[in-house]
Design a protein around this ligand. Structure first.
Ligand code: LMR
Length: 347
């Protein structure tokens, strides 16, 4: 009897042990976002989604590819990174809300798409405020720039850093743009926000916000006469094929905010966060290094394509645009904050 009881005890212990092991191993299955449990070396098994709206041959996509490479390598494949370019997962209208809902873990919107969340992101459209990527980077890496990013925390969103694309240039199908009055009566697509709307209104032009993913068709079908964008966006989306004129102006910019959500970020343990942060840091270096190079290459390709007539504004013509846009500049200096604008002007 004693023997039978000991035998039963051994069997029972084995059953308990076996079910504990089985339960533990099911917990190491990968999960999306930041809630995946840890694998044995402390790194969480995750699938991270990065969504953006532009083509592959752009600084945003190149930076995202670097993030993927670093995170997957450093995690020994425990973290998988999926990149969705060309609005293939989410477009301009729904990417922010899906970030908040943790349906995607990183997005990189043009800052003009964030002006409804915070007025400070209008900075990128303050006419002629930044001459080049370096000045814009210096502002966004500085205290005032970081302060604007921090204001998104009210939405459960973390602004991690800025990736540049570059200065914008106007394309259109009606006439060459050389002076402010050339814009009279034209209808231009903008990325969104009241500053761009006011800027075109000041120049006698109309404007409409259209998602980037719908822009080629809008230009082709004449829904709008033109748009403003960077050279790598114009070339990689073939806007030059449906626009007769392009003016090199550098009057406003496309710069991106690399955003994640707090639910995902706070769910990462230290080991995992360090790897994701390394991916972000190296992706940022690539995006920042390649932006100008990709825009320069795009200009050469647009010239080779020969579909659009290119005009480069002279110093005098730039001065005429600056003068015409002074009222808008002054209005938004107050709205964004005089201290913030003065910081940007000093870069
Ligand atoms: C646009 O909508 O024109 C750009 O902001 C797209 C982008 O993300 O570069």
């Amino acid at each position: 009897m004693k023997k039978i009881r000991s035998f039963m005890l051994v069997v029972l212990s084995l059953v308990v042990l076996f079910s504990l092991v089985a339960c533990g191993s099911s917990e190491t299955n990968s999960k999306e976002g930041g809630e995946g449990p840890t694998a044995d070396n402390g790194i969480q098994e995750l699938t991270i989604k990065i969504s953006h709206v532009v083509a592959e041959h752009t600084p945003k996509h190149q930076g995202a590819l670097k993030m993927k490479e670093v995170i997957e390598k450093e995690s020994g494949g425990k973290i998988k990174v999926q990149i969705y370019p060309n609005s293939s997962l989410f477009g301009d209208k729904d990417e922010y809300q899906n970030l908040v809902a943790d349906n995607v873990q990183f997005i990189l919107p043009d800052m003009m798409k964030l002006v409804g969340n915070d007025e400070g992101f209008n900075m990128e459209s303050m006419p002629f405020i930044f001459e080049d990527d370096a000045q814009s980077i210096a502002f966004w890496d500085g205290e005032k720039g970081k302060g604007i990013f921090q204001r998104l925390e009210k939405d459960g969103v973390l602004g991690l850093t800025m990736w540049p694309n570059g200065g914008k240039h106007i394309t259109n199908n009606v006439r060459p743009i050389k002076l402010p009055e050339d814009l009279k009566g034209l209808k231009l697509r903008t990325q969104g926000g009241q500053l761009l709307e006011s800027m075109y209104a000041e120049l006698g032009a109309g404007s409409a916000t259209i998602p980037f993913g719908e822009l080629y068709t809008a230009l082709q079908q004449g829904t709008v006469d033109g748009q403003e964008n960077t050279l790598s966006n114009i070339e990689s989306k073939k806007f030059d094929e449906v626009q007769k004129y392009m003016t090199i102006m550098n009057h406003t910019r496309v710069d991106y905010a690399l955003l994640t959500n707090t639910k995902f970020w706070n769910g990462l343990n230290d080991e995992t966060k360090a790897i994701v942060q390394k991916g972000i840091d190296e992706g940022t270096i690539i995006a920042r290094d390649f932006a100008k190079q990709l825009n320069d290459q795009a200009l050469e390709k647009i010239k080779e394509n020969g579909k659009t007539e290119i005009y480069v504004l002279s110093e005098e013509e730039i001065a005429a645009f600056k003068k015409a846009l002074e009222p808008v500049y002054n209005e938004y200096k107050e709205k964004i904050g005089v201290d913030i604008i003065e910081d940007a002007e000093s870069r």
